[in-house]
Design a binder for this molecule. Structure first.
Ligand code: CTP
Length: 475
């Protein structure tokens, strides 16, 4: 949609008309205006009013009629109007720093320019007038448009003030740089370095929100590398920082695990983005990619000949739990999925290093379940060797494993394994009370199926059970 069409959308006209009725100067501002010039889709609309944002929100909600929902936050002088997909935020222009989630009420009214000056970046401080007399006029006292064209993130006022007003803005700067492909201007960059320790006063939830946005960008490594450059990474995820560097013994080094991780993360992002439609669930495979080798520093050993990282997948899986807890990321099935991916990420590789046996593939199908495609995507992404021949060989071997998976799954239906003879039936057939032996028999049947001794069928499993019972003299 071209610029003009967008600014002339009926909702913009409606807000302007209501503001004129109340005699209030009113402007659309922030991300919506930035994205308008970048020709990006933007959902939320932020409106700043020289006067009461709440009064304007009330009359806009009325004018929108049925289905419009108004929420007023008196202490903060803000109001929100929602109708269907539409989300409008209203705020009175203020002298003090603009902070959406601030705990402190900000009451001192200001001019539009004072309000713009206390926003995070010049490209977010662009305002367009919605009043009839100057409808569509751009107010850009800090040259935000020039910065937008030059792809620069710069604070409208002294960056030390901007970041000390709200240290989360340091993360926002990195996120915008990563998402929009912008650069932090030198003085802004240096101010973040100086103020980095202030990130500690920000809640983990708000930090995680920014990290997730970085993760969902098309090249998330840009965000993580920048977080490192400005010095924020050590505060946010020291475990990732610990992956940096190469140790050499007897002329043998290992790869820089941080750089490798960055490549794996981007590989996953690229593979997912190529699948088309952007999904929220993509996020968790990206976290798995970021953390897949997180256990390596703790398990690193020099064997006398080479570097080993025994069990790094298991240690890494344990670390996922503590990292998710610390970052206030979800402690639910999403975390379990990330743990599973980290734990299993070596399995397909070890499969292709030996000859690929049916039973090994069945076991992998059993453990990965419905997430097996995601696991294979992670494994493909994990091949970052500089040796093109090696890379090609691994990819080809993975394809073989994947073909085998399809064949075996078709035949044995392992992915969502349900025991063909359940505990209840075992107890009835063998006249057993509930006891550990029932569990042992169930496991033996499952193993027999995974090892290809019997097919995954009721009758075969029952016959196998009876044979086992005889051998164990349970009959
Ligand atoms: N803002 C700010 N400091 C913050 C948060 C927000 O100065 N810590 C200002 C910026 O002017 C920003 C506007 O409030 O553009 C709206 O904030 P928000 O909706 O959080 O972000 P957007 O810039 O709209 O970007 P996005 O929707 O992509 O997050």
């Amino acid at each position: 949609m071209i610029l003009e069409e967008k600014i002339n959308e009926p909702i913009m006209r409606l807000i302007g008309e209501q503001a004129d009725k109340l005699g209030l100067p009113c402007f659309v501002v922030g991300g919506w205006v930035r994205d308008l010039f970048l020709r990006r889709e933007s959902k939320d609309i932020d409106v700043v009013v020289v006067g009461s944002g709440i009064d304007l929100a009330e009359s806009v909600a009325k004018a929108l009629g049925r289905g419009a929902h108004l929420s007023v936050f008196k202490t903060y002088g803000t109001a929100q109007v929602k109708k269907g997909d539409l989300e409008l935020e209203f705020v009175g222009a203020r002298k003090e720093s603009y902070r959406k989630e601030s705990r402190n009420p900000i009451v001192e009214n200001g001019t539009l320019e004072e309000d713009q000056k206390r926003r995070d970046f010049t490209v977010n401080a662009l305002a367009i007038c919605l009043n009839k007399e100057h409808y569509g006029k751009l107010l850009d006292p800090f040259d935000g448009l020039v910065d937008l064209q030059n792809k620069i993130l710069r604070t409208p006022c002294d960056p030390d003030i901007t970041f000390s007003d709200d240290p989360l803005r340091m993360m926002r700067g990195v996120r915008f740089a990563c998402k929009l492909g912008f650069e932090l201007d030198a003085s802004t960059f240096e101010a973040i370095q100086r103020n980095r320790a202030r990130i500690e006063i920000i809640t983990k939830e708000r930090i995680a929100e920014e990290l997730n946005k970085i993760m969902l960008s098309s090249k998330p490594s840009v965000g993580w590398v920048l977080l490192d450059k400005v010095g924020l990474l050590s505060y946010i995820l020291p475990e990732l920082k610990a992956l940096q560097g190469i140790e050499v013994k007897e002329y043998v080094g290992h790869k820089d695990i941080f750089l490798h991780t960055m490549q794996v993360l981007d590989n996953v992002a690229k593979a997912q983005d190529e699948q088309g439609e952007k999904k929220e669930s993509y996020l968790w495979l990206r976290w798995a990619a970021l953390l897949h080798d997180i256990g390596k520093p703790k398990t690193k050993q020099w064997s006398g000949k080479t570097w080993t990282f025994h069990n790094h997948n298991y240690i890494g899986m344990k670390m996922v739990g503590s990292i998710f807890k610390k970052l206030k990321l979800p402690q639910n099935e999403k975390m379990d999925y990330v743990k599973k991916m980290v734990d299993l990420h070596m399995r397909p590789i070890s499969l292709v290093e030996d000859t690929v046996t049916d039973s090994a593939v069945r076991r992998l199908l059993f453990e990965a379940g419905d997430d097996v495609e995601d696991l294979m995507m992670l494994c493909h992404a994990d091949i970052t060797s500089k040796n093109a021949q090696k890379v090609e060989k691994y990819h080809q071997n993975f394809v073989l494993v994947q073909q085998k998976m399809v064949e075996l799954e078709e035949r044995d239906r392992i992915r969502n394994f349900q025991p063909p003879v359940d505990g209840q039936e075992i107890m009835e057939l063998l006249h057993l009370p509930p006891s550990p032996v029932v569990g042992e028999l169930k496991t033996a049947i499952k193993d027999a199926i995974l090892d290809g001794i019997i097919p995954n069928e009721h009758e075969a499993a029952k016959a196998y059970l009876m044979q086992l019972a005889k051998e164990k003299q349970l009959l």
